[in-house]
Design a protein around this ligand. Structure first.
Ligand code: C2E
Ligand code: CA
Ligand code: CA
Length: 567
């Protein structure tokens, strides 16, 4: 076969652009792949200077300073399509001689697809797929660049760590799809609010970070934080629903607070926790103290997880009394009619820890679920053991946390524990809080009804601290309210609180509810409560929470309490 014919067939059939240039760089031959690649109709590119195909930038990069073509292999450049768009290419150039003249043979590969693919990969590696925001890795890169720039320009960088308040609850109650949409909307609000040069990233979950570039004052970062808090506070319209959320923000400033990137991120995180602890829907600036708090919290969290594994908890029992008036002696005597189980953590180094130290942690980490189940089972076993030992039956109350109630099979779980332990439902009392019963959804109602069907007594704990009214409770199958101890302790100090207590007792009775006063510490408080017909009393005046054996001693000795009626 004719070599020339063969050559043409190969060149014309190739998918690469193949060109021949004369020693001036003018196109002598061009195959149809190259014509198509750059948008030239057949033959129209012949005679054109090759470099006109390249973008200006690529021309400068490719041509030597003397403007001459030279051999390269797979040089990555950009070409220009006739319609203006740029095409990433790989360029290979060789020289050859023919009849004493020098020519260049050029091979061009269109790598648009590969570049696009690489960009997609980079996007996957650097961006969060749910919100499209930079992810942790890109946040890291950007922060370190921002720190360099700030150092050169003698400016500050503000790092904000933001977390939505109670996001887990929203996710648990409304579902993950809803949660995802809320995160997307949050991302959008944050992006809309910031300047171009700032970065918003999502680190995962409901944690967002913001890099404020080249600020001059700490107050600049505070202003942004205030704006963000305000923006998140506006209701989110998600489908049919109006969702209200708040956020907590921690702020740290480079280089004021630290020069190490990891420690800066930890600082901001610690400050965010501080904002949560101080009541949420607020920001907090990092201080050195926060970092020791954070370290303590981390170590507490770690040891708490271990404690849950190894079960280092115990229950104490605090009795509840009904007072009987004995006319023959003109005195009251108390009868134990119930007890409340209160959890303690037996910490190897710190001793017996009160629940306030670890229940919030348990709720945050979700460990309250297994812990709550343990409390319930242990309390039921104890109650059954007391009955078996011949003690008269009485109610045993167990505190339930919001997260437990959201657990869909909580009713079955309680039923199972009753069954397992042989506990009768009518001796079990569950203490819920006002906020847990605020939404009167069908879900909640069916859970409460489920409990009632087992004969369980339901009380509202800490009553008066939430914002519900008794009328609010009317539609729910509730048996008791426990007036929060803060009111009881103010009875004798604050007329307003005394009136509230009397009012709650009165209203509750009208609604057919029994009233328990918790935190009764003095005889004066007790007398006021008796006068206003409070049904059940609990508090240090009678007894502190105590170990099961001590509680037995109390039942055996039947401690007599005897305030005189007219004291
Ligand atoms: P609470 O349910 O309101 O429990 C009453 C708290 O007041 C108990 O604190 C009790 O020891 C204390 N107290 C009782 N009488 C008096 C008094 O006369 N004066 C004063 N100043 N305090 C009194 P404790 O045991 O530290 O429990 C604190 C909170 O931890 C409880 O408040 C409850 O909300 C939570 N908690 C306790 N055990 C559990 C549990 O097993 N599960 C859950 N989810 N929460 C629990
Ligand atoms: Ca309680
Ligand atoms: Ca309480």
């Amino acid at each position: 076969m004719d070599r020339e014919v063969h050559y043409r067939a190969v060149v014309e059939g190739a998918s690469e652009g193949i060109l021949t240039l004369d020693n001036q760089g003018q196109i002598v031959r061009i195959n149809s792949a190259a014509e198509k690649m750059f948008g030239y109709i057949q033959g129209s590119a012949t005679g054109m200077y090759f470099v006109r195909i390249l973008t200006d930038d690529s021309v400068t990069r490719y041509l030597k300073s003397d403007g001459k073509l030279y051999p390269v292999s797979d040089m990555s450049l950009e070409a220009r399509h006739k319609d203006g768009k740029t095409i990433p290419i790989l360029l290979s150039v060789n020289t050859f001689k023919n009849e004493n003249a020098t020519y260049f043979s050029v091979i061009i590969q269109d790598v648009s697809e590969r570049v696009m693919f690489e960009k997609r990969l980079a996007k996957l590696a650097y961006y969060d797929s749910l919100t499209g925001l930079p992810n942790r890795r890109l946040f890291h890169d950007r922060l370190s660049q921002a720190m360099d720039r700030a150092l050169r320009n003698d400016k500050l960088v503000g790092i904000l760590f933001l977390d939505l308040d109670h996001f887990k609850d929203i996710n648990d109650t409304l579902g993950h799809l809803f949660g995802d949409r809320l995160l997307q909307e949050t991302a959008k609000r944050l992006s809309d609010l910031l300047r171009k040069q700032d970065t918003v990233a999502r680190l995962g979950g409901d944690e967002f970070t913001v890099i404020l570039e080249e600020i001059s004052n700490v107050s600049d970062a505070e202003d942004v934080a205030k704006k963000i808090l305000h923006s998140i506070r506006q209701s989110f319209q998600l489908g049919e629903r109006d969702i209200h959320v708040t956020s907590s923000i921690g702020i740290t400033i480079y280089p004021h607070d630290d020069s190490d990137i990891e420690r800066l991120i930890m600082n901001a995180d610690g400050a965010m926790y501080q904002a949560k602890e101080h009541g949420r829907d607020r920001y907090e600036l990092y201080t050195a103290k926060i970092s020791t708090d954070a370290a303590a919290r981390f170590s507490l969290e770690a040891s708490f997880r271990k404690a849950v594994d190894t079960n280092d908890f115990l229950l104490q029992y605090q009795p509840e009394f009904v007072l009987h008036y004995q006319p023959e002696i003109d005195r009251y005597s108390g009868e134990v009619i119930g007890a409340e189980a209160l959890i303690r953590w037996q910490h190897a180094e710190l001793g017996l820890l009160a629940p306030d130290r670890f229940i919030p942690l348990a709720e945050e980490t979700g460990l309250i679920i297994p812990l709550g189940e343990w409390v319930l089972r242990t309390a039921c076993k104890q109650s059954v053991a007391w009955r078996a030992a011949g003690f008269p039956p009485f109610h045993l109350a167990v505190n339930v946390s919001a997260l437990q109630l959201k657990n869909h099979d909580i009713v079955q779980q309680v039923a199972r524990i009753l069954e397992e332990t042989g506990m009768e439902g009518r001796y079990l009392e569950l203490e819920l809080t006002e906020s847990m019963v605020l939404d009167k959804s069908e879900g909640l109602l069916s859970i409460l009804r489920g409990f009632k069907e087992m004969g369980i007594t339901l009380s509202i704990d800490d009553f008066g601290t939430g914002h519900s009214s008794l009328a609010n409770l009317q539609l729910l199958p509730i048996d008791r309210v426990k007036i929060d101890l803060s009111f009881i302790q103010n009875i004798t100090k604050n007329e307003h609180d005394a009136t509230i207590v009397a009012g709650i007792i009165d209203m509750a009775h009208k609604l057919g509810l029994k009233v328990v006063a918790e935190g009764v510490e003095t005889e004066e408080q007790l007398m006021y409560l008796i006068e206003h017909h409070c049904d059940i009393m609990q508090g240090y005046h009678f007894s502190r929470p105590m170990a099961a054996v001590d509680f037995e001693a109390l039942l055996i000795n039947r401690v007599e309490l005897s305030p005189t009626k007219h004291s």
